[in-house]
Structures are given as structure tokens and as C-alpha cells.
Design a protein around this ligand. Structure first.
Ligand SMILES: Cc1cc2nc3c(=O)[nH]c(=O)nc-3n(C[C@H](O)[C@H](O)[C@H](O)COP(=O)(O)OP(=O)(O)OC[C@H]3O[C@@H](n4cnc5c(N)ncnc54)[C@H](O)[C@@H]3O)c2cc1C
Ligand code: FES
Length: 290
């Protein structure tokens, strides 16, 4: 896919809860339409300490009259993201994108989108693409603590093909279900205050064991902290379920030139090195040597 270097303009920036921020940028209408799972490589500022761009998954992309609007959802980690947080409406941002290879929508009856924290970003975009194809995504979202404003913001909406009644069948594993946006959203909290009490990996296991998913063909898509993604990948591979994972290595060039993001991957019985930035960031779980 074609990637371009663009000067984008900050359209809006707001805190959405759970320690996450939502940044919307305006791009020329010629900006290539990204696939869910692809990322933008953002140059935060001109300063020498920011020679390296920072990668952020695209959480949404829309084309409007004469312009394109892309969104990212991020948490503040270090210097780069703290500077990003100070960017105001109307300021410019230098980006390259869309980069990398994204998610492929599998042939399945149930599509489980398993996210932890800010890993929800690419899966929101994937879910929207699924709904455009008439698929109802089922989100399993794990956070440290319940934050209703976050859930209202990111999972807003109404119609769903899955009924609340179906969601209630999951009550015995104590899931807080929210039907919104044509999606079913099941939440787990680590402080055990709301929803499924525990980690999203435990919610995932409980759901796989539940009768609700019996006789369904299931596909998994996951993004989040490395340890969480590794567990989801392991469970999926052990259960013989197709699973794609988005990996977050540290990037240097971000465009496949420096090999700084290489990871070992199994291909045709051999172990080979693949670049997360340009061969991924989305990989089939069974191929990754975690
Ligand atoms: C393909 C891809 C997609 C990403 N999508 C998102 C996203 O949608 N939202 C979001 O908030 N973040 C995302 N990240 C992580 C994001 O790029 C880093 O958090 C960011 O670069 C940190 O920049 P900084 O200057 O603030 O932190 P730095 O000062 O560079 O580092 C501060 C801390 O962040 C950690 N960190 C730095 N880079 C990464 C990384 N690539 N992955 C994980 N931890 C990192 C460091 O280990 C350190 O602990 C993504 C990373 C990749 C590779
Ligand atoms: S970061 Fe340079 S090849 Fe991936």
C-alpha cells in the first residue's frame, strides 16, 4: 500500500478517560485509505531529541468533503507523548502513513476483538470495518478499573444484531455487557469492581468455555500489553482458533530499513526474522515465536 509524508492539522484533542487521549487530525483527501491495524508514524516536533518518529495505530479514518480525518487514541508514556498532549487545535503535525500491514477479516460466525488498555485503538477501527460488512464484532475489553466515561465515548451507539438476552446468558460468568454501536462489548476490570472480575485473558478463557460460543466458528483479533497479547495468542493456538495479533515493538525507522524491530517468526517450518514495522505490526499468532 502507498504511504505518504503529510503535514496534518490537529482537529481536536480530548481526554476520554482511563488515562487515554483521543487526537483527531485533518489530512488532504488524497491520503490513502488505511486498513485497520496500520499505523501513523508521527514526528512530534522539530527538536533534536525527537529525531525518531512515534508510531500510533489508526483508531478511525473518515473521508469528508475535500479532506480526510484520522484518529489515534494514546496514553502518555514519556517525553514524546507528553509533547503530543500539548498539541492544540490548528497546530500542524508531520506524519508518514498509513504504514505496516493490518488485520484481515476472517470467515467466522463470531469475531472476538480482545483488547487491553490503549490496545483498543486499532480494534475500534477494525470493528467499524466489520460493521460496514454486516458483521457484529464482540469486544472483550480489559482495563485496570471501570471508567464509565471511557466506555460511553469509545463504545457509543445503539443497534445490535446480538440481543441483550444473548449477552445475559453470559451472566453466570459475571460479565458486564454493553450493547452499543452494533457491537457487543464485554468488559473486565482488574480491580474487580465492575464487569468480569479479573484480567481480560481470564474473561477470554471463560467465554471460550461458555455454551454461548458452542458450535460457532470463532476468529480472534488482539492488541494490548505484550504479556496479554502473548497469553491470548497462546490460548488461541492451543484451542486451534485463528488469531491475529498486533505487536508493539520499539521502532527506529518504522519503514523497514534498519531491521531494529525484527522478531523471530516461524514460516514453512523455519525460524526467520520479520520486521514488525513493515511485515507487521499484525501477525498470525501461530507464526510468532513469543
Ligand atoms: C505499531 C505500534 C502501534 C502503536 N499504537 C499505539 C497507540 O495506538 N496508542 C498508544 O498510546 N501507543 C501506541 N504505541 C506505543 C507508542 O508508540 C509509544 O507509547 C510511544 O512511542 C512512546 O513515546 P514517548 O516519547 O512518549 O515515550 P519514550 O520516552 O520513547 O518511552 C517511554 C516509555 O514508553 C515505552 N515505549 C516506547 N515505545 C514503545 C512502543 N513502541 N511500544 C510499547 N512501549 C513503548 C518505553 O519502553 C518507555 O517505558 C504503538 C507502538 C507501535 C509499535
Ligand atoms: S523500525 Fe526500522 S526496520 Fe522496523
Amino acid at each position: 500500500m502507498r504511504a505518504v509524508l503529510e503535514c496534518s492539522i490537529v482537529r481536536s484533542q480530548k481526554e476520554i478517560g482511563g488515562g487515554l487521549f483521543h487526537l483527531e487530525i485533518t489530512l488532504p483527501s488524497s491520503f490513502p485509505v488505511p486498513d485497520p491495524g496500520q499505523f501513523l508514524h508521527v514526528r512530534i516536533t522539530e527538536g533534536r531529541e525527537f529525531l525518531l518518529r512515534r508510531p500510533f495505530s489508526i483508531s478511525d479514518f473518515r473521508q469528508r468533503k475535500g479532506e480526510a480525518v484520522a484518529s489515534i487514541i494514546y496514553s502518555v508514556r514519556g517525553l514524546g507523548t507528553s509533547v503530543l498532549l500539548r498539541k492544540k487545535k490548528g497546530e500542524s503535525l508531520d506524519i508518514i502513513g498509513p504504514l505496516g500491514n493490518g488485520f484481515k477479516i476472517e470467515k467466522a460466525t463470531v469475531h472476538l476483538l480482545v483488547a487491553g488498555g490503549r490496545g483498543i485503538a486499532p480494534l475500534l477501527f477494525l470493528g467499524r470495518r466489520m460493521r460496514e460488512k454486516g458483521i457484529v464484532p464482540v469486544y472483550l475489553y480489559g482495563t485496570k478499573t471501570w471508567d464509565s466515561s471511557l466506555f460511553e465515548t469509545i463504545f457509543e451507539g445503539k443497534a445490535s444484531k446480538l440481543t441483550v438476552g444473548e449477552a445475559k446468558q453470559l451472566g453466570r460468568i459475571n460479565v458486564r455487557a454493553k450493547v452499543g454501536m452494533g457491537s457487543l462489548v464485554l468488559v473486565s476490570t482488574e480491580d474487580r469492581r465492575e464487569g468480569f472480575k479479573g484480567k481480560v485473558t481470564e474473561l477470554f478463557l471463560s467465554l471460550l468455555k461458555s455454551k454461548v460460543l458452542d458450535s460457532q466458528t470463532i476468529a480472534i483479533y488482539s492488541c494490548g500489553p505484550t504479556e496479554m497479547v502473548r497469553k491470548i495468542a497462546r490460548i488461541s493456538v492451543d484451542s486451534n482458533l485463528p488469531c491475529q495479533v498486533s505487536l508493539e515493538e520499539r521502532f527506529l525507522c518504522g519503514i523497514g530499513l534498519c531491521m531494529g524491530c525484527s522478531i523471530p517468526v516461524k514460516e514453512g517450518g523455519l525460524k526467520v526474522n520479520r520486521r514488525v514495522c513493515s511485515d507487521g505490526p499484525v501477525f498470525r499468532a501461530h507464526s510468532v515465536c513469543f
